[in-house]
Design a protein around this ligand. Structure first.
Ligand code: G4F
Length: 326
């Protein structure tokens, strides 16, 4: 089976390659990267995959990829995934996430009509969720609160249109937050775990964060990628599926948990630079629809994820220190 992963060099892409190599070793893995992409996450995997240089906003390079290779499955991970950046660069975010998805599906429609496509959406699409609406099912209204969320709603419905209008085998997912090692510090748990290690090393005194009251439903990225695989194999074309853990933590609770695990004090300073014009207050999902269709079960608990992220940062920061000293 020949597989294309868009945005393969990112955090999720790197875990997806590892999942495929371990569980589906006969697959031929291809991926798209942007010119001058940082390949650090996938350096150790480069000999086992084929890379194609391509920007999602460039329809020509996508057409070329699908003209030259015929894929059985495509997992569309590429995009602008950082919510705060979407307020700074809203048009670029919409272009990459929405038009990029359309460019991809156009290429599939013209060149590779039998390729199954997973359009990877986000729980941010649900946006402003009321307390009485949790756990959130796929039927919940979408009330996006950021340009990022609006771009993911657009991509989600573009996927539906290409199923309905052109008969493509498109399945949509709405993944809730996912964390794990290699998660950059741009995202909250990447940042908390990195800062915990820095405090442990005496390189900083306190945590510095934004909104501590928001609640997020977090799944280990390794469980997310197995859900992506199973959903494209077993899901119903045109349908949409939540992927989540069904547990929620406030950022304050996450901080306490990480500090306790790392054995450092949890003193925190709120930095207004990390507050958002609007923040989704509560995400707590229901993934029973997907689990019923696929048989998916989570393998990792929050403690596993936090331990792995702390180990990752310890190794990274020791490496950095070694570089400075040498
Ligand atoms: O880790 P975050 O930046 O993730 P966010 O905004 O929930 O988005 C992530 O999950 C989505 C799925 O639900 C994905 F679609 C998206 O691509 C991304 O992966 O922020 C989580 C929460 C927010 O409420 C934020 O305000 O943590 C809060 N927070 C508090 N202090 C912070 C910080 N977030 C960041 N990034 N940095 C802080 O210092």
């Amino acid at each position: 089976m020949k597989i294309l992963i868009t945005g393969i060099s990112g955090f999720v892409g790197s875990h997806f390659i590892e999942f495929l190599l371990e569980n589906h070793p006969a697959c031929e893995i291809h991926g798209t990267i942007r010119r001058r992409s940082d390949l650090k996450n996938i350096q150790h995997l480069l000999s086992r995959i084929t890379l194609h240089e391509c920007d999602m906003t460039d329809s020509h390079s996508l057409e070329t990829i699908f003209r030259n290779d015929k894929f059985d499955r495509c997992f569309h991970l590429a995009g602008q995934s950082h919510v705060p950046t979407s307020w700074i660069r809203p048009i670029e975010t919409m272009n990459v996430n929405a038009n990029g998805t359309m460019n991809l599906l156009e290429s599939v429609r013209h060149q590779n009509k039998n390729c199954r496509v997973l359009v990877c959406g986000s729980s941010e699409e649900y946006g402003l969720v009321e307390e009485n609406e949790v756990p959130i099912t796929e039927e919940n209204p979408l009330r996006p609160l950021s340009p990022y969320a609006a771009s993911k709603v657009a991509a989600d419905y573009i996927g539906y249109v290409y199923f309905k209008s052109y008969g493509l085998h498109v399945i949509r997912t709405r993944a809730f937050n996912h964390e794990g090692f290699r998660r950059p510090e741009d995202f909250v748990l990447g940042k908390i775990t990195k800062q915990a290690v820095e405090i442990g090393m005496g390189k900083r005194e306190v945590f510095e964060l934004g909104n501590m009251d928001a609640k997020r439903d977090i799944t280990d990225v390794r469980d997310i990628v197995s859900a992506y695989w199973l959903t494209l194999e077993k899901g119903t074309p045109g349908d949409v599926y939540n992927i989540c853990s069904g547990k929620t933590y406030s950022i304050r609770e996450l901080l306490e948990l990480v500090a306790k695990t790392a054995k450092v004090p949890s003193n925190v300073k709120q930095d207004p630079r990390f507050l958002r014009p609007a923040d989704v207050p509560l995400l707590l999902g229901d993934s029973s629809k997907m689990a019923k269709v696929t048989g998916w079960k989570r393998r990792f608990e929050m403690n596993d994820t936090i331990q792995d992220m702390l180990s990752y940062w310890r190794a990274e920061l020791k490496g950095q220190l070694a570089e400075i000293v040498s």
